[in-house]
Each structure stands twice: as structure tokens, then as C-alpha cells.
Design a protein around this ligand. Structure first.
Ligand code: LLP
Length: 432
């Protein structure tokens, strides 16, 4: 589900009128629905109820302290990829003991921080990393809990930049040598082998690659349990969400009636297919969803500054750019665009490019997109922007980072104030 809908002609997030938010807080503005995040967490938790499981939310998708706090209070664990994310989780009230630490390039400082905080497991991505973790743990007089990330060489059939489970990707240890890697890790004095991990990619819209990966790696998990007493198997994240027609469909139905017969990847189907494969392993199953949890919970509000009619195209120039939401530029990501004022019935659509103010041709939010007519000064919502939106924003062109709002019913909380110019240059100095 998601909580963006028109009510008496005005686009709302839960009970809050987005036009009022845009007027009060300015644009660009990220807005998140608390109810959607909670609904997604609880539905996944429920669907996995037949398993001993822990949902380790992929912090990278949206790491605002308020979002982390919300999930921590639900009992979530966290999948982190940096010392910064670990500190965020702790600051937000999360439990380091429920954190897994992924990533191919952990530094000594990050490993120390994580060891001292008592994380649940390092998900190590190379043998060199395991040796490094062993050495750092030895110096601290601690034992480091680890899982190895196996690269199962399964095609996730997603965008090449977010596919991770093929041999040509930099992630994980090749399936063909994983047993030897475990055997060598087991000989290290400061390593405690706790689990096995995999993650084949992001924005998967079919359960088939997940099934293929679990069928391939499940027997390995079984072997490792017998050999080293591993206690968990993390199947990673990657559950895809609906980006297209998400407003009209409430997120789960746009596939219906499609000629290619594609089906939505629902949590129910994901669980129905995976739980029976995982249950016999008798292991604790970890899940690392990011996008599923927050993607459709967020929108980016932006205002039309100008319209420019060229000979080839009509451009709607808005006040949010690729520095605020980079997904269209980087992954050809499709984000639905909805005017904050509901178009009157029968009003035709116009084919436009929605572009930002950044000095790059790649600075667009939508290209050749049919949208209802919007004029200068009108605000629009760029939907499904709750995951990998704000977290990937930058100060390019010296543009301040947008504010973030968390909506809870009819209340809107500012969970990050808009960056000021002074914030933006803080830390810089002129020699002399
Ligand atoms: N676990 C690991 C080890 C990961 O690398 C990732 C995502 C996740 C879990 C969470 O995946 P999710 O459930 O969100 O699909 N910026 C890109 C997505 C990058 C994903 C990176 N890894 C985008 O905007 O599409």
C-alpha cells in the first residue's frame, strides 16, 4: 500500500494536504508516510512468521534518524554498510546487536567501531577482508562474528547497476570457492563463523530469481550448519516495488491485464515461494529489504518554475534536480508525477520533459512523459521517492539539501530541516 491519494481534489499523504506542506516548508521537499512504512514492515514480518527470522532494514535506502527510530521501535534489525550508518542506527535507538555490516571495503576504523558496538555479524565479501577483520579483532582482544557473502551467479534480471549476484559483479565470494573460503576463515583465531549471506540485486519484480538463488545456496547453508554450526542465513534484500501507475493502483495492481502476463511481486507470493524452501534449514533467516520498506512511502514535492516550448520538446523546469533525486539520471528510473491539484475529469495530458535547474543534460525527472497540464508556480509530487532519494542527494551546483517531513495521520513532523547556505559551506576554509 501507500498513503498518497486525492481527497476533495487535493493530493494528500495520509491526512495531510501536500499543497499546504509545500507552501509552509518550501520545495523541493521530501515527504514520507509513517503508516506506509509500518504497514510494509508488519506485512513482511507477518508473511515470514513461519520462520525464525529477523528483518534487517537496509539502512542505505533511507537513513533519516526518524525512519530508523520508527523501525527500531518495531523491533527491526539493520543492515549497514558504513560506520556512519552504524552510528545513525545507534543514535536512533537501534540495537547494534541486530546489525549486519555489509560492503566490500570496510576500513579498520569501521571494523573497530562495529566490534566495540557488538554487531550481530560482519557480512564479509572477500578473504582478504576476513583476514583483516581477524587481525583487528585480535588487537582488541575480541572475537568477530562473521558470515561470508556468497555470489551465487544468478541473474536478478534488473538494471545492470543494481544487479549484484552475477560472477562479473564485485560483490561476494564466488560460489565455486566458497567452501574453501569458509575452511580458511574457520582457522583464524579471532573469527566466529555465525552465518551465510547473499544478495542478488535490487528492484526484482519476479520471485523466480529469489527462488533460484535459495535453491542453489540453501544446500550450502545446510552444509555450513553441519560443519561450523552457523546460526543464520541472510537472503538479502531486493524486493521490487511498483513505480509505474503507482498512484492509481495503490501500488499492487498495475500488472493486471498487461499483455505480457507479468505479475506483481507481492510479499505474499515472495513468502509463499520462499518460506517452504527455507523452513527445513532450521536456521534463523535474515532479510535485508530497503526499497520495499520505504520506496512507496515517500514523494518529492517540487514546483514548476518555468515552461519552455522548444521546437522538439516542451520542458517543465522545476525546482528539484538530479542532485535531489538522481534515480532517473542514473538508472533510467521511472517515477510517477502527480499534480498536487487533481486534474478535472477529461482534461487531456501533455507530453513533456520534467527537468531540473542543474547544468547537465542528464538533469531530468521524467522524459517524454504524458502528464496533466501544470503551469508555472504549480507544485507536483514525484512519487515512489522514499528509497534511494534523499540519501543519494548531493550539493552539486551548491544546491542545499531538501527538508524531510514525516507524516503521521494528520500531523507533519519536520525530520530534517532544509540545509542553509551556512550548513552547506560548513567545514570549508580559505588558506591564508
Ligand atoms: N542488502 C545488500 C547487501 C544490498 O547491497 C542492498 C542494496 C540491499 C540489501 C537492499 O536492497 P533493496 O531491498 O533496497 O533492493 N540506489 C539504487 C539501489 C542500490 C541498491 C544497493 N544495494 C536505486 O536507487 O535503485
Amino acid at each position: 500500500m501507500h498513503s498518497f491519494h486525492y481527497d476533495k481534489g487535493a493530493l494528500h499523504c495520509e491526512g495531510v494536504d501536500l499543497q499546504a506542506l509545500a507552501d509552509q516548508h518550501g520545495t523541493p521537499l521530501y515527504v514520507y508516510s509513517q503508516a506506509t512504512i509500518l504497514d510494509h514492515f508488519r506485512r513482511l514480518d507477518q508473511a515470514m512468521a513461519g520462520l525464525d527470522h529477523l528483518i534487517c532494514y537496509a539502512t542505505k535506502a533511507n537513513s533519516n534518524l526518524a525512519v530508523l527510530n520508527l523501525l527500531a521501535r518495531e523491533g527491526a534489525g539493520f543492515d549497514i554498510v558504513s560506520g556512519g550508518e552504524l552510528q545513525r542506527v545507534i543514535r536512533a535507538g537501534g540495537d547494534a546487536g541486530k546489525c549486519t555490516f555489509a560492503g566490500v571495503g570496510k576500513t579498520r576504523a569501521e571494523i573497530e567501531l562495529a566490534l566495540k558496538a557488538g554487531i550481530y555479524s560482519f557480512n564479509a565479501e572477500s578473504e582478504a577482508e576476513v583476514r583483516h577483520i581477524d587481525a583487528v579483532a585480535g588487537e582488541l582482544g575480541l572475537k568477530a562474528p562473521i558470515a561470508l557473502r556468497v555470489n551465487p551467479n544468478v541473474d536478478a534480471k534488473t538494471h545492470k547497476y543494481i544487479s549484484t549476484g552475477k560472477s562479473e559483479n564485485k560483490f561476494g565470494i564466488d560460489f565455486s570457492i566458497i567452501r574453501e573460503a569458509y575452511a580458511r576463515a574457520a582457522e583464524l583465531p579471532n573469527i566466529h563463523i555465525r552465518g551465510l549471506q547473499m544478495h542478488i540485486g535490487s528492484q526484482l519484480t519476479s520471485s523466480n530469481p529469489f527462488v533460484e538463488a535459495v535453491e542453489k545456496v540453501g544446500p550450502l547453508a545446510d552444509e555450513l550448519k553441519a560443519a561450523y554450526g552457523i546460526e543464520f542465513f541472510s537472503i538479502g534484500g531486493g524486493i521490487g516495488i511498483v513505480y509505474q501507475d503507482s498512484l492509481a493502483s495503490g501500488c499492487h495492481t498495475w500488472w493486471e491485464g498487461r499483455e505480457d502476463g507479468a505479475k506483481p511481486l507481492t510479499i505474499e507470493e515472495y513468502a509463499q515461494r520462499l518460506v517452504p524452501l527455507l523452513q527445513p534449514l532450521g536456521l534463523r533467516i535474515l532479510l535485508e529489504p530497503g526499497r520495499y520498506m520505504v520506496g512507496n512511502a515517500g514523494a518529492l514535492l517540487t514546483r514548476v518554475l518555468f515552461e519552455k516550448r522548444g521546437s522538439a520538446k516542451t520542458f517543465k523546469i522545476v525546482d528539484a534536480g538530479m542532485n535531489d533525486l538522481i534515480r532517473p539520471a542514473l538508472y533510467q528510473g521511472h517515477h510517477e508525477i502527480a499534480p498536487l491539484r487533481e486534474p478535472a475529469p477529461g482534461v487531456g495530458a501533455e507530453k513533456v520533459d520534467v527537468v531540473g535547474p542543474v547544468c547537465e543534460s542528464g538533469d531530468f525527472l521524467a522524459q517524454d512523459r504524458e502528464i496533466p497540464p501544470v503551469g508555472e508556480g504549480d507544485a507536483i509530487a514525484v512519487l515512489s521517492a522514499g528509497a534511494y532519494g534523499f540519501v543519494m542527494a548531493s550539493n552539486y551546483n551548491s544546491r542545499p539539501l531538501p527538508a524531510e517531513i514525516l507524516v503521521d495521520g494528520d500531523k507533519a513532523h519536520v525530520i530534517r530541516r532544509r540545509q542553509s547556505f551556512e550548513d552547506l559551506i560548513a567545514g570549508e576554509s580559505i588558506p591564508g
